[in-house]
Design a protein around this ligand. Structure first.
Ligand SMILES: *Cc1c(COP(=O)(O)O)cnc(C)c1O
Length: 339
């Protein structure tokens, strides 16, 4: 039995999801004639209380399109030093939009309104780049699946409004945060100008993200998506997976969180772990003491058919997901306890 916990993107579509995909009514989505894509976009827009939503082939492209919509070349984006848009999108912010990132030194990927305020370049000081966008991530990926405090997000919104800055949420794992904290999509829709959400992580779809946002901002989104090469044709087969996931898989995220917390409990007990970061959702980040080197530890797990990620700087990562079942979970806990 292979136990693959490197990422929640590794899930394969379930039987029910595949059946829903096979029954999708499709059309050419570049002509906006794919009724299943239209349905998914309408549904996600409504869920967040936003007027406009657009389907994207990846979360990266949805984020990159958002950055493009909010900025002009030369501008500066404020984000955390752990941000996915800065660390894991191939340098796309500078490549696609010609912007730089001002990195904040946050806590598990989260920062404060005060930090944002201090990072804004004065708009009349033409020597420094013009600050035009604040981007946050919920849950934080490199921050270990941490969930933001809604009140802090609202305080940052005020700072953005006062300073005329766009406000984007990279919500690749926003579903996890909402389930864990009993929050609604509407609450997030009220705070942000644009939000990207991912269907190919915890929700178990093979492909797909949606960008939702305010009307004026989103007017150009379909053009930007085309420029980035993300205009797809009979893509309703993939949107059908998204609709299926909204109906069936959101509540299942709680199981992923429960399992991640149980893994953390075990890691806190064993003698080879130095520190386990606080676990709120489906990501467990931990460091080893000198009983194992990271490489030897990962190799040892591999011999037991267990796969986890090395994030560098001594940090190891376990991500629970839809295809990680109870049997695997029991087996993993045993393996970890007996290394
Ligand atoms: C996975 C992820 C994305 C999008 O990644 P894709 O692989 O392009 O779908 C964006 N932001 C965060 C925080 C992520 O974890």
């Amino acid at each position: 039995m292979k136990i693959d916990l490197r990422s929640d993107t590794l899930t394969k579509p379930s039987k029910g999801m595949l059946e829903a995909m096979m029954q999708a009514k499709v059309g050419d989505d570049v002509y906006k004639e794919d009724e299943t894509v239209n349905k998914l976009e309408e549904r996600v827009a409504k869920l967040f209380g936003k007027p406009h939503a657009l389907f994207f082939p990846s979360g990266t492209m949805a984020n990159q399109a958002a950055i493009k919509l909010h900025t002009n070349p030369g501008d500066q984006v404020i984000c955390d030093k752990y941000a996915h848009i800065f660390n894991y999108e191939g340098g796309g912010a500078s490549f696609n939009s010609g912007v730089s990132c001002k990195l904040l030194d946050g806590e598990r990927g989260m920062f404060t309104a005060k930090q944002v305020e201090a990072a804004i370049n004065p708009p009349d000081f033409y020597h420094s780049p013009l600050t035009t966008l604040v981007a946050v991530e919920n849950t934080t990926n490199k921050g270990g699946g941490a969930c933001w405090d809604l009140e802090e997000l609202k305080r940052i919104k005020k700072v953005c409004e006062t300073n005329n800055l766009g406000y984007h949420l990279d919500g690749a794992r926003l579903w996890n945060a909402m389930v864990e904290k009993n929050e609604t999509a509407k609450q997030y829709g009220e705070i942000f100008n644009t939000i990207s959400v991912c269907f190919s992580k915890g929700l178990g779809c093979p492909v797909g993200s949606v960008l939702v946002g305010d009307k004026k901002l989103m007017e150009k989104s379909i053009r930007i998506r085309k420029i980035f090469g993300g205009g797809m044709r009979q893509v309703g087969f993939l949107a059908a997976a998204g609709l299926y996931a909204l109906d069936n898989n959101i509540n299942l995220l709680k199981e992923d969180h429960k399992k991640a917390k149980e893994i953390a409990l075990v890691l806190n007990k064993v003698n080879y772990v130095d520190k386990v970061e606080k676990v709120e959702t489906n990501i467990v980040i931990f460091t080893l003491n000198n009983r194992f080197s990271d490489d030897v530890f990962l190799e040892t797990l591999k011999t037991k058919n267990v796969f986890i990620s090395n994030m560098g700087q001594g940090k190891l990562r376990i991500v629970t997901h839809l295809d990680y079942n109870l049997k695997m979970h029991e087996s993993l806990l045993n393996i970890l306890l007996n290394l």
